[in-house]
Design a binder for this molecule. Sequence first.
Ligand code: AMP
Ligand code: MG
Length: 411
Amino acid sequence: MSELPILDPVTAAISKVASLLATVPPQQLTIAQAAGYVLAGDIRLDRDSPPLDVSAMDGFAIRLDDWQFKPLPIAGVAAPGNPPLTLPERSAIRIFTGAAVPLGADTILVRECSSESNNEVQFHVDLQSVRRGQHVRKRGENAPVQHLVLASGSLLSATAMAALATFGPSHVSVYRKLNVSIINTGDELVPMGHAADPWQIRDSNGPYLEQYLKQQPWVGSIHRQSVGDSKERLSTCIEERLSQSDVLLLTGGVSMGDYDYVPETIRQSGSHVEFHRLPIRPGKPVLGAVGPQGQLICGLPGNPVSVAVTARRIGLPLMRKMAGLPMEDSIQWRLPPPDAPIASVDLIHYRLCKIDALGRCGWTPMMGSGDVVALSQSDGFLELPPNFPANQPTNYPDDLTTEKRYRFYPW
Ligand code: AMP
Ligand code: MG
């Protein structure tokens, strides 16, 4: 009997919020407009692929049983874009890649092993080396009509667009894109590009989150603003942004300090806080809530590395769920670096890593959760169980070797 997996507290918190979030409504778009959107229905082949037998090479289409009569007169030209010709008895038809194989022909001989004179073609190959059906792409060999090619929840990426263009209808149902708002709290913040006194900090969380969201094709509008540490102003902003957004991301002010108004203000907005504080480092103060109209609210900590880690580990899968996508699709199972010993903590530990040219994971030296230098030099992070390396991973795919691999989250 298989046991139910025991969820780590982070996965459990994500699952709880996910169960309360609905996917945004679908809309109909032309397939040209739909690029970059998420499919809200399956796409099946509207015809066989290929739709009829076509040549895979430039050469001559023949009936193999006519071999003994060569040289064969050239009875016509089969070019791409034309309906199939009929091959007369004891003849060849010149054919080009992608053209319909003439009716009656069963074999293609490539141009390189042929020579022509007086409108006849001679072949310079042994009959033994010719296979009946060679260089013919058979009707339906890629997939038959009605075959599922893109499942609901697929992002219409470049490769998906190739399939949609080949097989799709004129219009498709896709989920509308998410409207996301970012609120950065803190009296110490100065906008990027501005002079800052030593006791001030340039806001990096706002630009970080804005760019992170812009990189997600399923995000539509992004609204970003900074508020100081004023309870009244924060409350007004939260109310206003909730009325305009599917997702609200806040940074800072979520901890236990005197100016940390975020948890209380979120509660006062009629939202329900589903979790606050998780046993993780960095990012412990993180908060997850659901707004009065089902909005996702993430109260991310203030420190930049904490913001990046919690946005990736917690915010991203929840937003993906709302966008109609699978919650995770880019986790990589990786071996931790063997070399540098790291401090063991009794918390789920996110360690910044860089992947080298050979695909090996190396620790990114980091001074603390405010270390933007380390953040900017990392490719993602490993999720290590509490008390690593003494503890074994709690979760790994069974098809791997006995090597202990951990989840690596690329940015
Ligand atoms: P807080 O959780 O509000 O106490 O913020 C923790 C720390 O994160 C603060 O002391 C700041 O140094 C830093 N911080 C907060 N907000 C930002 C921001 N938007 N950009 C960069 N650093 C920030
Ligand atoms: Mg603050």
